[in-house]
Design a protein. Structure first.
Length: 332
């Protein structure tokens, strides 16, 4: 019996030598039969060479050279947020599908323009919120829908990290650095995941370093159309904290370390009802493998899932609302 040949692996070129590319994304690419890494580019060619040596690909010092390669089907962009739009647009205009680190754009107008460009060219533009593809969140969402905690009354999420080294790129104002776009987007994306896209900002506080001119921590209050509030906390001048909680009229569900669990880590769900509390280990999953699979499937289908695209646009619109309505205070 004749069998169809296996599909050709998706050939990727990487623009940017970020920490997440080194630790998470590129190891997943090189271990997967779905993709092959052809090259990696950095402005410092020595950095590109270190990545190329580890991942068995070519090193180039020119981002444009990645876009000009005929063997490259798609580009993975892991640059600072302020450079995302420039190189996402360039990659799309070069005929490449794009997987880009979050946030894919720093404001709603730019985000809508990029998505429209990808759609018009028949190309896939996907943003890396790998945590949303981890099965544990779908299982928790189903428990909420089942009525286990009654009527949903509130959502809380936090992602805070300690200060970085003074020369860390997250402190670069000119590259759209700061906590809001680095780790603040995780609680925002989690709120969209559980509460839907019909959210508006009713309050925000942004603590800014006056010398660096970047946000170092903050908080946001959102509300759904039917009055469910979401209280979000983020920062990079804090003790480490990563968690979310869904509270209802009958109980609550909370998960620790929900955003960046290692592939073999079993996050613990705590379910509370009345005077009882249950702790359940959630099944581990490699969420970056799920991300790569979703991206490869989208390329094969010729379009990113509509739900992912609309969620990405909802998030950049929320970023606009946060910045427009925030009370800004000095971190000094």
């Amino acid at each position: 019996m004749h069998q169809s040949p296996a599909p050709r692996p998706l050939v990727l070129g990487a623009i940017g030598c970020s920490d997440i590319a080194w630790r998470k994304t590129l190891p997943t690419v090189t271990a997967s039969p779905l993709a092959r890494l052809a090259c990696v580019a950095a402005r410092d060619v020595r950095r590109a060479e270190a990545y190329a040596d580890r991942f068995g690909c070519d090193a180039v010092a020119d981002y444009t050279a990645v876009l000009e390669r005929e063997d490259v089907d798609a580009v993975y962009v892991s640059l600072p947020p302020g450079l995302h739009a420039t190189w996402v647009e360039a990659a799309l205009r070069a005929g490449k599908h794009v997987l880009v680190e979050k946030p894919f754009a720093v404001d709603g107008a730019t985000g809508r323009a990029l998505m429209a460009l990808a759609d018009g060219l028949g190309l896939v533009l996907m943003e890396n919120y790998a945590f949303t593809l981890h099965g544990q969140h779908a299982r928790i969402r189903e428990r909420v829908r089942s009525g286990e905690i009654g009527r949903l009354r509130s959502f809380e999420a936090a992602f805070t990290i300690p200060p970085r080294r003074p020369d860390d790129i997250r402190y670069r104002h000119d590259l759209a650095g700061g906590s809001l776009l680095d780790n603040g987007v995780y609680p925002l994306r989690a709120a969209i995941h559980f509460l839907g896209e019909d959210l508006r900002v009713v309050g925000a506080v942004l603590r800014e370093d006056p010398d660096l001119r970047v946000v170092v921590s903050g908080g946001v209050l959102l509300v759904t159309a039917d009055g469910v509030p979401a209280h979000l906390t983020f920062g990079m001048e804090n003790a480490y904290r990563a968690e979310y909680r869904l509270s209802g009229s009958l109980g609550s569900l909370s998960l620790e370390r929900p955003f960046t669990p290692p592939p073999d880590h079993a996050c613990v769900l705590r379910a509370q009802a009345g005077n009882t509390e249950e702790s359940v280990e959630m099944a581990p999953q490699d969420q970056f493998d799920a991300l790569l699979t979703a991206f490869a499937d989208a390329v094969a289908d010729g379009a990113a899932p509509a739900s992912a695209t609309s969620a990405s646009l909802a998030l950049v619109d929320l970023l606009d609302q946060v910045r427009d309505g925030a009370v800004r205070v000095s971190a000094h």
